[in-house]
Design a protein around this ligand. Structure first.
Ligand code: NAD
Length: 224
């Protein structure tokens, strides 16, 4: 993931800390439901960061937990959800119902996590009117009215890179507050619109970098 890395104005938690909070939340939701406490070192071990880092990140959320005793898992999960903004439902549109767009629409996990995709858009005449996962594919000229009437705040952008900036501009004009961009381009957006770009090719480059520079681990013999 990339984009505006520093903490935005009014935000108490940096982007890097927010990513760790998401990991802590995964750990908490997998924690035994009858457990009364969880310690920072247990979270640290589960997530793979230092104990001190966990304590610093969680201290930014307010007075949670007791020194030497730990955190109450449900209270901590609630505080993290509030910090991440996922204590409420977000209404989302998706633009570009190609291979990736359709795969994302099939994924049931977004709704379970409070992200409700309420409308989908494309510019290809053969796709407009098609029903995908219960949603009618709409033409882009319906974007503004849909965002307003459906109370949409977020958009997922899965169009080719050549179209990404102009569609992003249309999303901004329609009043969208945040874009999750999958196109491999750097989008230019006004300050009031937040951007997160997901680029799996960059993640693979990170992986090859790590594999190439891993020391002391001999690769197994290839017999193919
Ligand atoms: P695709 O060609 O199958 O789908 C793109 C869709 O966008 C099509 O339905 C097309 O009609 C629509 N479209 C094109 N221009 C449009 C416009 N101006 N307005 C509205 N809709 C428009 O492509 P795909 O394989 O689904 O990939 C989609 C995007 O995701 C590409 O930018 C691709 O590079 C990117 N991608 C990213 C990752 C990642 O890791 N982030 C992985 C795969 C693909």
């Amino acid at each position: 993931m990339s984009d505006r890395g520093a903490a935005s104005e009014g935000m108490r938690v940096s982007r890097a800390a927010a990513q760790r909070l998401s990991l802590y939340l995964r750990c908490l939701t997998a924690w035994p439901s009858d457990a009364e406490k969880i310690s920072s070192s247990q979270i640290a071990a589960a997530v793979g960061v230092s104990d001190a880092q966990v304590r610093r990140d969680l201290a930014a959320l307010g007075h949670l937990g007791q020194r030497g005793i730990g955190y109450e898992p449900r209270e901590l999960a609630t505080a993290i959800r509030e910090a991440l903004g996922i204590h409420r439902t977000w209404r989302v549109v998706l633009v570009g119902v190609g291979n990736l767009g359709r795969a994302l629409l099939r994924y049931q996990g977004f709704r379970a996590q409070g992200f409700q995709i309420v409308a989908v858009f494309d510019n290809q005449p053969t796709k407009i009117g098609e029903c995908i996962e219960g949603l009618r594919v709409r033409p882009l000229h319906e974007l503004e009215a849909t965002v307003t009437t459906e109370g949409v705040e977020l958009a997922i952008l899965t169009v080719p890179k050549e179209a990404a900036q102009s569609v992003a501009d249309a999303l901004v004009r329609a009043g969208i507050r945040g874009i999750l961009n999958f196109a491999p381009v750097v989008l230019r957006l006004p300050q009031h619109v937040q951007l997160v770009t997901v680029d799996l090719a960059i993640q693979l480059e990170q992986l090859t970098f790590l594999v190439q520079h891993a020391n002391g681990v001999a690769p197994p013999a290839f017999n193919g």
